[in-house]
Design a protein. Sequence first.
Length: 174
Amino acid sequence: MKEPKKKKEWAEWVKAIFIAIILAFLLRTFVFATSIVEGESMVPTLEDGERVIFSKIGYLFGEPERGDIVIIKRPNKNYVKRIIALPDETIEMREHQLYINGKKLNKTFVSQDAINHTGNFGPIKVPDNSYFVMGDNRAISMDSRNGLGFIKRDTIIGKSEFVIYPFDEWKKTR
């Protein structure tokens, strides 16, 4: 009598594990994933080696916004950068001040020291369906100014939400 009960219990365990694997796969594929920050281009917001959770689902219902820290998919690696200018906007940096459509942007997202290391550029018109991104450590960041170019909407795979590793660094990334 105990034999059928054991088989039934094993079958329930196998079923539960299978469902858990399918759920984890679906969540990772469509809802959220993790990425490791490589390099120092996002210091002080994000440090080299930190692991961040990013949301994939948020941009299914809305568009990226200025200030969002996004994960950008490229053929050989993903990049973590901050959106500075939106589609069809004109961006310019002059005398250590950032301007969007001719108006000074008061929210810089970075320290004054980082701003002081950002050279003049622009004005640059961001094409439709593209974004202008920069790293928070602007003195050393490869971004829309110098290598990444404009970021197409379909290459933005998610919005960074939380640092999850190292454990003592848990924080919201916004």
